[in-house]
Design a binder for this molecule. Structure first.
Ligand code: ADP
Ligand code: ILO
Length: 347
């Protein structure tokens, strides 16, 4: 499907995106001529949701200003997704001491691996959908330089996608370390322009600490390891984020927290997940969904968003990221995972 952006888009009857829910014809007409200082407009913000009618959200911001200039569309979407209203203020807590998440599966029967990531973008830069080629290259070099100063467990190397052998790239993707190529939602949002230039991955030797550069956000800072030691994964992430922020200032808003190109990632920009094997509960999806919903958890497939579960293994993570602290994101995921394991054991 193509759309030239000049008139109110058509939505298919089965479209259940937040874009469709919150964009009226009147609102479209009111906002369509506005342009931010980096040249981003409403038609560009919603293009991904218009051409991908199976989007769950359907909008992206091009810069910090997008969240203000198009707030009459973004704010209701943000409230719908995160339960965060225009009078709420985001809060942060990156103190591992306030997290209580002892390994819920010390025998290693259910949890295959734990991963916690945050998204970050650079202060003074447009977000990915509106960034220029030169700005993207500058982000890459600033971030690679900052990461080269990390020491101890976090020390590693940066691997640009540009020179990476296809077999190496595919192996990293299959092993859950690297982002996929050609995502159609990102493509339509303008996030794949000039691919693969400016993109890459940094990781330490053990691949327990990784940074994606210039994918959906300029940085995705990731801590991950086998098993269910959630506290260790969180502690490593916090150590890394604090060190990186001393050399690369991040784009941050007093109300919305860390700014991201997709409104689902605002605030903490944190997704804390486990890959968990639930063969019995997983064969009764409504029951699994009911427990997940009661803990505000999202269920994804084994290869990330828009993928399927395989062999009873699910990716379970916090759904909300804004209006709750980082510790609350992880604590909520932990509490839900404990409930899921208990249910699986009793079946
Ligand atoms: P993101 O988490 O950055 O929003 P995705 O959902 O696409 O993006 O996931 C990115 C990659 O991380 C995928 O390969 C996915 O399988 C992997 N992943 C997510 N959670 C875990 C986990 N707990 N253990 C191992 N890999 C994971
Ligand atoms: N634009 C896509 C993805 C939304 C949320 N996920 C991410 C990765 N930001 C959609 O609307 O389904």
């Amino acid at each position: 499907m193509r759309w030239d952006g000049s008139s109110f888009p058509e939505f298919t009857p089965d479209n259940s995106s937040l874009l469709r829910r919150h964009l009226s014809k009147e609102l479209f007409e009111q906002l369509k001529g506005r342009v931010t200082s980096s040249g981003f407009s409403l038609p560009r913000a919603i293009y991904s949701g218009v051409v991908n009618q199976d989007s769950s959200i359907g909008v992206y911001a091009g810069d910090a200003e997008s969240y203000l200039l198009f707030s009459s569309l973004f704010d209701p979407i943000i409230e719908d997704y995160h339960g965060f209203s225009t009078t709420d203020t985001h809060r942060s807590d990156l103190n591992p001491a306030t997290l209580s998440a002892p390994n819920p599966d010390p025998a290693g029967q259910y949890i295959l691996s734990t991963r916690i990531r945050v998204g970050r973008n650079l202060a003074e830069m447009p977000l990915g959908p509106a960034i220029s080629r030169e700005q993207r290259k500058s982000v890459e070099s600033q971030v690679a330089r900052a990461l080269s100063h990390l020491g101890g467990e976090l020390a590693g190397s940066y691997y640009p996608l540009l020179n990476m052998e296809e077999a190496v790239q595919n192996r990293l993707i299959d092993d859950h370390f690297l982002f996929k190529t050609g995502d159609r939602f990102l493509e339509a949002a303008g996030l794949n322009r000039d691919w693969p230039e400016g993109r890459g991955i940094f990781h330490n030797r053990e691949k327990t600490f990784l940074v994606w550069v210039n994918e959906e956000d300029q940085l995705r800072i990731i801590s991950m390891q086998q098993g269910g030691d959630i506290e260790a994964v969180f502690t490593r992430l916090v150590t890394a984020v604090k060190q990186i922020e001393t050399t690369v200032p991040f784009l941050h808003d007093p109300r919305l927290g860390y700014l991201s190109s997709c409104p689902t990632n605002l605030g903490t920009a944190m997704r804390a997940s486990v890959h968990i094997c639930l063969p019995k509960l997983g064969s009764d999806m409504p029951a699994l969904k009911k427990i997940a919903d009661s803990h505000h958890l999202q269920i994804r497939g084994i290869h990330g968003e828009h993928s399927e579960s395989e062999s009873g293994v699910f990716d379970i993570s916090n759904r909300k990221r804004l209006g709750i602290s980082e510790v609350e994101c992880v604590q909520g995921m932990y509490n839900g995972v404990v409930a899921l394991i208990n249910k699986e054991k009793n079946l």
